[in-house]
Design a protein. Structure first.
Length: 257
């Protein structure tokens, strides 16, 4: 009596290219908005609003004060730090814990996984940075000189680039949070504000170019022009997204070895 050995089934072929996959989005959002991470995401926006209310309660509306707080805290510190939490959290923990192999075994293109996680990370970053920035601007100055709207849009634009950059870090290194914090606190918050040459390579300065175009009164200044800022924001987002997808393709799920 002859026996046959069953061959292992090959992984199902990936489906066609899609920008968004609802299952991947749901799992990513659930991971990002878990209790611990949600508290981290809420901490900085709440601090910004407390500062805005305190300043408004102690003084009259002032354009310069509003600009200093929205740029010095909201755009240069809060937005990149929220980007670190959302960008690295969108994929980093799955890779570190090995859970990503189960997702990679599904018939979903790696580019679709990366793009979906990027969209979720952008949405979370915008929600926890652009909206509080708008509210803080209104509290501080009643949107005088269009500062609240200008900085809210700048925060939203910066959220796209930060989410892409930190999502890439989550793919290429197990120390994505540490590297992201160093980048956010040292490069964007300190060097990007005071070193002329480095300002050209700062996401903060690129988004400030957008805010400067929208705000009135010449209060908002940037080290780069509007066209340069928008171009660099697009280039960085596209390049980091492509490279993250490429690196994810190098990860092999169980059964493909």
């Amino acid at each position: 009596m002859s026996t046959t050995t069953a061959r292992p089934k090959a992984p199902p072929a990936a489906t066609g290219f899609r920008i968004y996959h609802p299952t991947v989005a749901r799992l990513t959002a659930r991971g990002l908005l878990g209790r611990r991470r949600a508290l981290l995401l809420l901490a900085l926006p709440m601090l910004l609003l407390v500062i805005a209310v305190a300043v408004r309660g102690l003084s009259q509306p002032d354009d310069t004060t509003a600009n200093d707080i929205l740029q010095g805290f909201a755009l240069s510190a809060m937005v990149p730090l929220i980007g670190v939490i959302a960008g690295t959290g969108a994929i980093g923990p799955e890779i570190d814990e090995g859970a990503i192999v189960y997702l990679l075994a599904k018939p979903i293109r790696r580019s679709t996984i990366i793009l979906t996680k990027l969209l979720v990370a952008i949405g979370v970053t915008m929600a926890f940075s652009a909206v509080p920035t708008l509210l803080a601007g209104v509290v501080l100055d009643g949107d005088s000189q269009n500062l609240a709207v200008a900085y809210a849009i700048a925060a939203a634009v910066a959220s796209v680039a930060y989410a892409a950059i930190f999502r890439l870090l989550g793919v290429i290194t197990r120390h994505a949070v540490v590297v992201g914090l160093v980048y956010a606190l040292v490069w964007e918050t300190v060097i990007g504000n005071i070193v002329p040459g480095a300002q050209t390579l700062s996401v903060q300065q690129w988004s400030l170019a957008v805010a400067g175009k929208l705000a009135h009164g010449g209060l908002v200044d940037s080290a780069v022009s509007l066209s340069t800022g928008i171009t660099l924001l697009v280039v960085v987002t596209v390049v980091t997204t492509w490279f993250a997808s490429y690196r994810l393709r190098l990860l092999k799920p169980v059964g493909e070895e």
